[in-house]
Design a protein around this ligand. Structure first.
Ligand code: DAH
Length: 358
């Protein structure tokens, strides 16, 4: 085997075995670069006799061309393999679904709780809570319902089985007992709202055995009926998201407030739609009044020093009115289609800066 054949075999084996482009480049420089083995051999041609050169010249040129071609071919092969590997690693599955929008909706009752909380928080109210199962004292007696007084019967109360001592607990019929709990445990000034569940034995299109209320309580030294009216008027404007709301306070009776009132807002019916704010009809939306001195005394507060106002509203009712929902019972039917229609986007948190309900 000639020297040239040996060199060719050796170079071919090395080119075949190269696994990276860098290794291949090293081989190219080693063979065909200025100081490469083949280039060195070419330089010896000048010193050869004309016969020798005639033979070696074409042989070396042939070798040079074949080695260069082999290196090129191997280079293309390595580049193709690298591209394949990159394509495989960067593969995207275009059949995957697009990023899903959040699933599920916020129930109108939760939405309205959030809206009311946002409004009263901005006015400096805290949120207070209390138990669903109450004793007679907090639900009635401390709120100035005298024993055996017919006022107790205006609430269709759910009673629990009597305890050993004969006491019967109740499912709270309103959120007002949390007024008592707060006044007994906290020194005035008090500014709270009390969102919560309430229970009465009643069921029709606008009543369900479980419903929701938000109670408000303000106790301080110089709180008066003007503060009550101003607070509630500001509330309804913000809540219904209309600037011009007609309101009216009508005298009423509640055992725990004196004087007591119900607040109505103006509305008109246009076709099937109810429009709030103006119009010649009135709709009652809440009860309110100045906290009765007996209630203050029952909580250990001196009525000559402290006074305040309270209010209570039905949250389900407010949700029905604001969002045009015709039947209260649907609120509790757990029908996903209903919730899809009347519910709210979980990412749209009610707030006064960007809007309550959007
Ligand atoms: N507790 C009353 C009810 O359930 C609502 C209410 C009326 C609450 C007047 C109050 C108030 O705090 O002052 O019907």
């Amino acid at each position: 085997m000639t020297e040239i054949e040996t060199l060719e075999r050796d170079l071919s084996a090395k080119i075949d075995a190269a696994t990276t482009e860098a290794a291949l480049e090293e081989l190219r420089v080693g063979a065909l670069g200025k100081k490469g083995v083949i280039s060195q051999q070419m330089k010896t041609l000048g010193k050869m006799s004309p016969e020798e050169r005639k033979e070696m010249g074409p042989a070396l040129n042939g070798l040079k061309d074949r080695v260069a071609a082999a290196i090129d071919a191997k280079k293309t092969e390595l580049e193709d393999a690298a591209l394949e590997a990159r394509l495989a690693s960067e593969q995207i599955d275009v059949t995957l679904p697009v990023r899903p929008s959040p699933k599920g909706k916020i129930h109108p009752v939760s939405q309205v709780f959030e809206e009311i909380t946002a409004i009263f928080s901005a006015m400096g109210f805290d949120v207070a809570e209390g138990p669903d199962i109450e004793d007679d004292f907090h639900n009635f007696t401390a709120l100035n319902f005298p024993p055996d007084h017919p006022a107790r019967e205006i609430h269709d109360t759910f009673f629990l089985e009597p305890k050993e001592d004969g006491e019967r607990m109740v499912l709270r019929t309103h959120t007002s007992p949390v007024q008592i709990r707060t006044m007994k445990s906290k020194k005035p000034p008090i500014r709270i709202i009390i969102p919560g569940r309430t229970f009465r034995c009643d069921s029709d299109q606008t009543h369900t055995p479980m419903f929701h209320q938000v109670e408000g309580l303000v106790i301080d030294k110089e709180t008066h009926m003007g503060h009550l009216k101003g607070t509630l008027e500001a509330f309804v404007k913000t809540f219904f998201e209309i600037d011009d709301v007609k309101t009216r306070f009508r005298p009423h009776f509640f055992p725990f407030t004196e004087p007591s009132a119900e607040m109505d807002i103006g509305y008109e019916r246009v076709g099937k739609e109810i429009r709030f704010g103006q119009g010649s009809d009135w709709m009652e939306i809440l009860g309110c009044g100045m906290v009765h001195p007996n209630v203050l005394t029952n909580c250990g507060l001196d009525p000559d020093e402290y006074q305040g106002f309270a209010f209570g509203m039905g949250v389900d009712r407010l949700a029905m009115l604001k969002y045009g929902i015709p039947d209260l019972r649907d609120f509790f039917a757990a029908d996903a289609r209903w919730l899809e229609h009347y519910g709210f986007d979980p990412l749209d948190q009610p707030n006064l800066a960007t809007g309550l309900s959007r």
